[in-house]
Design a protein around this ligand. Sequence first.
Ligand code: GH3
Ligand code: MG
Ligand code: MG
Ligand code: MG
Length: 336
Amino acid sequence: MDNKSTLRPNAASAPDQNPVMVLLVDDQLMIGEALRRILADHRDIDFHYCSDPTKAIATAKEVGPTVILQDLVMPGVNGLDLVRRYREDPATRDVPVIVLSTKEEPLIKSEAFSAGANDYLVKLPDRLELIARLRYHSRAYLNQLQRDEAYSALRESQQNLIKANLELQRLTKIDGLTGLSNRRYLDEYLAAEWSRTARLRLPLALLMIDVDEFKRYNDTYGHLAGDDVLKTVATAISSHCRRSDDLAARFGGEEFAVVVPEVSRDQVDELGTQLCRAIEALGLPHRASRVGGHVTVSVGAALWIPDEKDSPAALIEAADRALYQSKAAGRNRFTL
Ligand code: GH3
Ligand code: MG
Ligand code: MG
Ligand code: MG
């Protein structure tokens, strides 16, 4: 590439692919005309002119400049105040502003930069320098916009990642078939509640629920129909655990467990009895059941104020023994 052609400012060389949208705000029509002529030959530069400083912001909102050329001395409006207003308005806040002054004056320059200007040129600026600065500021502005977009895309993907992780975390606690908590989370929750209620000297209850004659159900209706029963029973169980501290879980197979902290013996009694009645009342046909014509459950519960020295396994074992008693007594019943 030869140097002369890169330095010659004409449309054909089009050295910059980014569009430069210039807005000149200057009360002197002569300046407007002069700059229009200077910039006319450049295909990448789109020139807009506003001679009325009171309309500068409105015009900027229409034009969407990538760089503003701003006169300082205008009737009725202080150019520096206008620069400050660009900085306050969200539409123009980040648009580069080149202040045009009639003289090279350090104090005015300093004030212009303090007001939020990005650059300073003396009228009438040299054509080459003006174009170079317009392109430079415009490119910096567009690059910044691109970085902002890339940044918000990054933030969005980070937020999606966080959401996905939370969802993953949630899924590790859930039983895939029934949507109740799984055994792993039940153990975790029970251990935590065991310690908490032990510390606070509060009662903790555990209910064990087992579907009656479920092997016969599968044998009669098939495993997939059996899965549907487990889902329906699970929904019925969780609808009876309305207190925020209650936790319903699939213990394994056709067995479920409910952790109920801070509860009285009467309340546990009522919950266990209700669960048996509610599931029988679902009216799910089970013609092979020796308990009756419908799907039923047996429930056992244990309740006491835990001792932190003991393990929650003791509570599970006691609830299991009560469940066995319900089975032995004929099923479809509750034992505490
Ligand atoms: P009981 O009244 O004494 O509880 O009798 P039961 O037949 O329910 O008990 P048993 O332990 O003999 O059989 C449990 C059955 O539950 C056997 C097993 O195939 C079935 N089962 C366990 N998990 C699932 C499951 O995820 N889906 C289906 N469809 N069946 C399951
Ligand atoms: Mg002026
Ligand atoms: Mg069982
Ligand atoms: Mg069973």
